[in-house]
Design a protein around this ligand. Structure first.
Ligand code: FES
Ligand SMILES: [Fe+2]
Length: 372
């Protein structure tokens, strides 16, 4: 065990968790290939043939709306020799044709045509070689995908979270911006930062100065997490500010505060008087994370202004996480004691992650055992 890590600190993961390929691969296979992923806004998939692709751990997936209007999720690889089928997003209304040898699949996943079928594939049963299914679900105007066709429901993964995000009802909002930010850090540092209450006073001393951090409240809901903090007393309610487009249907409490939530492991959310934001911390390398930011707001909101507002503190978070990342390979790296309440969610995140990965805990530090 690294000498800097001890059970008393509450910081349960060893430094290796933040930079080694071994941890990265284990997380990809045992965590991200086995969980729900935010794939799209429902408006991205409004018409038959609309599709989006995504990576669920090492599993490339595609979500497509069929001619019958149903959303379906498939593994985005050809059943012949495994070529990736679709890239990015778009519309493929006439079906999915593999570029390699032109196997032709319907939007329902069935294999419809194979060139030279009778001559080269005698006796082949097309019905056996359709696309492999995953699962798909929707919540709040957002589409989620899971690589396992027998995954538990999206509702059970979200659990009590939707009921505890206040009055936002994200389905009533419009996605007005979609941006990607790159963080040169391990994805877990970004999640830990998101559930760290203590840094609000300091790292965000300027950007979040209007909020009353001593009245910050958080709640652990199974593996998920929700929180809220009000504006300081005496700070003008944003509804009184003509320059802002506050969300019409939210209540007075939500119009005068900030929410931050997390669906385990990496779907992070923030709410304000003007927006409901999701930002997924998507690991692309042990020391590199893409932050996939989507802003939902009133349709007439100033999207550029909302991007500036939401990213003002996210950019500070990324900067902080990158500076921790720069230290994690130091022979002297280690965590000291965590704040009893304000950093407790980090310990809980580490516990849930350790359980998901099946890592053993020795004197409080999780060791990455040989691959399961
Ligand atoms: S790999 Fe797709 S048709 Fe051959
Ligand atoms: Fe932050």
């Amino acid at each position: 065990m690294h000498p800097g890590i001890a059970a008393a600190t509450g910081y349960l993961l060893p430094p290796e968790a933040y930079w080694t390929e071994e941890w990265f691969e284990r997380e990809q296979r045992l965590l991200f290939s086995r969980t729900w992923h935010l794939a799209a806004s429902e408006t991205d998939l409004a018409n038959p043939g609309d599709f989006v692709t995504l990576e669920a751990g090492f599993d490339p997936l595609v979500v497509v709306r069929g001619l019958d209007g149903e959303l379906r999720c498939f593994h985005n690889l050809c059943r012949h020799r495994g070529m990736g089928l679709l890239a990015g997003c778009g519309n493929t209304r006439t079906g999915i044709v593999c570029p390699y040898h032109f196997w032709n699949f319907g939007l329902d996943g069935r294999l419809r045509r194979v060139p030279q079928l009778e001559d080269q594939f005698p006796g082949m049963d097309l019905a056996s070689w359709g696309l492999l299914p995953g699962s798909v679900g929707t919540w709040g105007g957002m589409v989620f995908a899971h690589p396992d066709p027998d995954a538990g429901t999206l509702d059970s993964w979200l659990g009590e979270l939707p009921k505890n995000i206040g009055s936002f009802q994200p389905a009533l909002l419009t996605e007005v911006a979609h941006e990607h930010l790159v963080a040169q850090c391990n994805w877990k540092l970004f999640v830990e930062n998101h559930v760290d209450v203590l840094h609000l006073w300091y790292l965000h001393a300027g950007t979040l100065a209007d909020f009353d951090h001593p009245r910050f409240e958080w709640q652990q809901l199974g593996r998920n997490w929700v929180s809220f903090e009000p504006l300081k007393r005496g700070v003008d309610n944003p509804r009184l500010n003509a320059a802002t487009t506050t969300i019409k249907h939210i209540d007075e409490r939500d119009a005068a505060g900030l929410g931050a939530h997390a669906a385990f492991p990496n779907v992070l959310m923030a709410t304000s008087s003007e927006f409901f934001v999701t930002y997924v911390a998507r690991p692309v390398a042990p020391d590199r994370t893409v932050v996939d930011l989507r802003i939902r707001a009133e349709p007439d909101a100033d999207a550029a202004a909302l991007v500036r507002s939401a990213t003002s503190f996210i950019v500070e978070d990324i900067g902080g996480c990158e500076r921790v990342q720069a230290s994690v390979r130091s022979s002297r790296f280690g965590a000291g004691p965590l704040a009893r309440d304000h950093e407790r969610p980090i310990t809980l995140f580490h516990q849930h992650l350790s359980e998901a990965l099946g890592v053993t805990s020795t004197n409080g530090a999780a060791a990455c055992a040989p691959n399961a």
